[in-house]
Ligand binder design. Structure first.
Ligand code: ADP
Ligand code: DP6
Ligand code: CO
Length: 354
């Protein structure tokens, strides 16, 4: 009898916001970065991607529905994820003939982000981490988060870090085939559990220049970029890992802010220049400077991805001085439209299968 079944698995994935930014590819095909990076995984109770992967011999072709809109799945990056996951499933099927041949069936991916997509809040990170994990679950792959991070990286670089919770590094690696360019745990969330982040949503609109395009233009044209990738970031990676290990917020905060500014400086130094920050972003920087000045030490640290939205890290004990002030100034509104502050628990578990 023909197999007419639909096989299905779901997962959720969190956003991660880098404190040492990935910006630049040394191999755009394999999505290999010019520098290592480090991030904090945010709580899924506020920002998350929910993805269901299904496959069936009844389906006619691979498809991806994102927030209700059909997406092109013919792009090299989505194809690379599908191909690698299918190859792993094929291996299982070859070892165990009783397994249904899911690797030969078309895939249907249905995904929802509960936060703005392509607005500099790491939707590609949560999105591709969820896509890879959902298919791995569907295929019942025994893969570790490290192995899945290597596949997710090919979908979107930052996605490799969303396979882990807590404080997460992405080693740029040295192998030409990208086999050692994977995410790793710097420290679990429980190591420094009082880390918090407030997100200032300046704009939920899609960014003008995608991360992929922006970083490629920066690598090709910025004269500041080589020093950032080869000297500044390697030094900061070590400082940041030590700051996290020692729970040293002063260093964590200072390095976070300097790295965000260094990344945006290379954007401005790109030809044509890329402006991700706007006047509200710069006002947020001034507010953080004021908070730290009043405290006489670093208690708040801003960082901006490729967009105008600010993420401000702080420790729970400074909730009032940091998140309280931002929320009072910006007003906490429902929904993602318009400027507003949203306090979230900064570090949490990486994935949850549902
Ligand atoms: P962001 O700052 O949000 O990460 P990017 O420019 O890096 O913005 O990537 C945005 C792109 O990532 C989207 O246009 C879409 O192609 C992809 N993406 C976002 N969310 C998902 C998802 N849930 N599933 C699959 N792909 C996604
Ligand atoms: C500024 O991972 O979105 O957020 O690999 O081309 O998909 P692609 O880029 P992406 O770039 C993220 C850039 C960043 C910094 C970071 O998350 O480290
Ligand atoms: Co992205």
């Amino acid at each position: 009898m023909a197999d007419n079944k639909i096989y299905r698995a779901s997962t959720t994935a969190p956003v991660n916001i880098a404190v040492i930014k990935y910006w630049g590819k040394r191999d755009p095909k394999l999505n290999l970065p010019t520098n290592s990076s480090l991030s904090v995984t945010l709580s899924q109770s506020d920002l998350r991607t929910h993805t269901t992967a299904s496959c069936s011999p009844k389906y006619t072709c691979d498809s991806l529905l994102l927030n209700g809109s059909p997406q092109d799945v013919s792009g090299a990056r989505t194809q690379a994820c599908f191909r690698e996951l299918r190859a792993l499933r094929k291996k299982l099927e070859a070892e165990n003939f009783s397994l249904p041949p899911l690797s030969t069936y078309p895939l249907k991916i249905v995904s929802e982000n509960n936060f703005p997509t392509a607005a500099g809040l790491a939707s590609s990170a949560a999105g591709f981490a969820a896509l890879v994990r959902a298919i791995a679950n569907l295929y019942e792959l025994p893969s570790t988060p490290t192995e899945l991070s290597k596949i997710a990286r090919q979908g979107s670089g930052s996605a490799c870090r969303s396979l882990f919770g807590g404080y997460v590094g992405w080693d740029k690696g040295t192998a030409v085939d990208g086999s050692d360019s994977v995410a790793f745990e710097v420290a679990p969330a429980s190591h420094w559990p009082n880390m918090r982040a407030v997100i200032l949503v300046v704009s939920a609109a899609k960014k003008g220049v995608s991360s992929t395009t922006g970083m490629q233009t920066t690598v090709a044209t910025s004269s500041l970029f080589p020093a950032r990738a080869n000297e500044t970031v390697p030094k900061r990676m070590k400082e940041m890992e030590n700051a996290i290990k020692n729970k040293d917020f002063e260093t964590f905060g200072k390095v976070t802010m300097r790295d965000s500014n260094s990344f945006h400086a290379t954007c401005l130094d790109t030809e044509p220049p890329i402006f991700y920050l706007n006047d509200v972003s710069r006002a947020a920087i001034k507010i953080v400077e004021g908070i730290n000045c009043a405290a006489g030490k670093t208690i708040a640290a801003y960082t901006f991805d490729a967009g105008p939205n600010a993420v401000i890290y702080y420790l729970e004990e400074h909730e009032n001085e940091v998140a309280g002030l931002f929320k009072a100034m910006m007003g906490e509104k429902e929904g993602w439209e318009g400027a507003r502050g949203k306090a979230v628990q900064a570090n949490h578990e990486a994935m949850s299968d549902v």
